[in-house]
Design a protein around this ligand. Structure first.
Ligand code: 4AD
Length: 475
């Protein structure tokens, strides 16, 4: 009863408090500061309350003692409540640790928004034992956690680092549309929608648009959502993902792979050179080491040999592409042959054994998209390969897909025909081959996959703010 009557009043005779975010506090040590945020951790003892405040920029250890610890709100404080705190920032005594090396000794505070306790308390709704499907429903609360927010923070730093790298290479950022009427990577994975009575799709890749920018803006890149209606419940497939794509003019295939390697390595170097992002990498992936250059390059044909030498097989399929089962209901496994797709499982085993980034290049034309430039045909072989490459990373597999593009008008028309594509909707793309063609190539990188590699996450779902996968578009 007595404590309920304690009303705190800010003491105006004290020095004026400086309003600051937690990440900026070091410069205000020994001064009076005002910070606001969420109660991240809470330890209440008889005469003293220790709490950790979270404001999105960092964590701050806070001490409530004396009158400020005796109010009704202090006695009933709950996790995830919002508070505004005013006090003096003190360096923690020798031998004690706290985030930032200091703690706030509060002389005045206010409750802003109380979070419920009891049954509806935050930790009752979400904790380590919450099952994955409920965690997915509660993604908006999961992202308040230390690990999830560190991943998102690193994601932001990663995109900034890439933008810096592109600027250094004089590659311009553009913003292609999401609503499109052409496909890039095959009709099977398109999300179709009714667009004022016409068919339209959510973009699978901005590549074709980037190609049209070369004559206008020179080399370009974009960071755009791509959409894939893939019924894949794997660790690395999303229905919507952030696609970082680049397109470069007047280059050859070797230049393309060297460039991909350079933008990744230079961006990783930027992250490691920055204390904040380096700390995030250390927190999430303590064993991380910047990859050394050049990356290994293995041709598709050599990769098939490698898989067979390492006993990595593929499920045998019937003519409809369904796996053939043995009498125990298990997949019948067979050796890989040139012409086979290297499926996710085999690719993953391969990258895990190799243990470092590797380019697979030169895939057969049948396995790849219509726009890819062909390699010169080898004598005595009727297989045709493309100037295409996938970059594979340990623990994730393919994170980049790139290629040189067909630069000849007639060859492009033939490619539409081969793939059964009606060229009329592609008139603007075909015009690029008509009005001053050039050798060019580009690539797309799955940002969530790159982050899964960098931050050592089990699945790309942890690397997206609000991941979408089959049947999941909430929250
Ligand atoms: O290999 P993909 O399909 O290539 C393209 O879309 C090209 N048009 C890109 C280009 O040349 N501009 O996709 C490129 C990358 C993949 O390597 C993978 O990292 C990512 O996009 N990706 C996905 N990430 C998450 N979920 C999915 N369903 C993905 N599909 C592709």
């Amino acid at each position: 009863e007595e404590s309920k009557s304690i009303v705190l009043v800010e003491d105006n005779s004290l020095p004026k408090a400086i309003k600051a975010k937690i990440s900026q506090l070091t410069e205000h040590r020994s001064k009076r500061v005002r910070v606001a945020g969420w109660v991240h951790r809470l330890r209440q003892q008889k005469d003293i309350t220790f709490l950790t405040l979270r404001d999105g920029t960092g964590y701050l250890q806070v001490v409530l003692q004396g009158r400020v610890n005796q109010t009704y709100h202090a006695l009933t404080l709950t996790l995830e409540s919002t508070v505004e705190l005013v006090g003096t920032l003190q360096v923690v005594p020798e031998g004690k640790t706290a985030p930032g090396g200091h703690e706030l000794v509060v002389d005045y505070w206010q409750l802003v928004g109380a979070a419920p306790g009891a049954d509806d308390a935050f930790t009752n709704r979400l904790n380590e034992r919450t099952n994955p499907s409920i965690q997915a429903d509660l993604r908006h609360l999961v992202i308040r956690g230390e690990t999830a927010s560190a991943v998102l923070r690193l994601r932001s730093a990663l995109l900034t680092a890439f933008r810096q790298t592109y600027a250094k290479h004089s590659i311009l950022e553009v913003n292609p549309p999401c609503l499109v009427q052409t496909m890039v990577e095959g009709g099977a994975t398109l999300f179709k929608l009714n667009y004022y009575g016409q068919d339209a799709f959510l973009t699978q890749s901005s590549q074709l648009y980037l190609e049209t920018c070369l004559p206008s803006l020179g080399d370009v890149f974009c960071v755009q959502e791509s959409f894939r209606a893939e019924n894949s419940h794997t660790r690395r497939h999303l229905s919507e993902y952030t696609h970082l794509e680049g397109e470069l003019g007047f280059i050859n295939f070797d230049d393309l792979m060297t460039h991909i390697e350079a933008v990744i390595c230079e961006s990783v170097d930027i992250l490691l050179a920055d204390p904040t992002s380096a700390a995030l990498i250390k927190q999430l992936n303590p064993k991380f080491q910047a990859p050394s250059r050049p990356f290994l390059r293995i041709s598709y044909v050599d990769a098939i040999t490698w898989l067979n030498e390492h006993g990595i097989k593929r499920p045998e399929e019937d003519k409809d592409g369904n796996p053939i089962k043995d009498e125990n209901g298990k997949d019948v496994m067979v050796d890989h042959a040139v012409g086979d797709d290297i499926a996710e499982a085999a690719e993953r085993q391969m990258t895990d054994i190799i243990g470092k980034p590797v380019f697979l290049y030169g895939f057969p034309v049948e396995l790849k998209a219509f726009y890819m430039k062909k390699m010169p045909k080898e004598e005595g072989s009727d297989l045709v390969f493309t100037e295409s490459c996938d970059l594979l990373m340990p623990n994730v597999g393919e994170i980049v897909g790139g290629s040189m593009r067909i630069d000849d008008y007639d060859e492009l028309i033939a490619a539409y025909k081969r793939e059964g594509i009606d060229p009329s909707g592609y008139y603007w793309y075909t015009d690029q081959r008509k009005y001053g063609t050039c050798t060019h190539g580009g690539y797309g990188m799955g940002v969530e996959r790159l982050l899964a590699w960098l931050a050592d996450r089990y699945t790309v779902r942890e690397c997206s703010l609000y991941p979408r996968w089959p049947e999941r578009a909430t929250p």
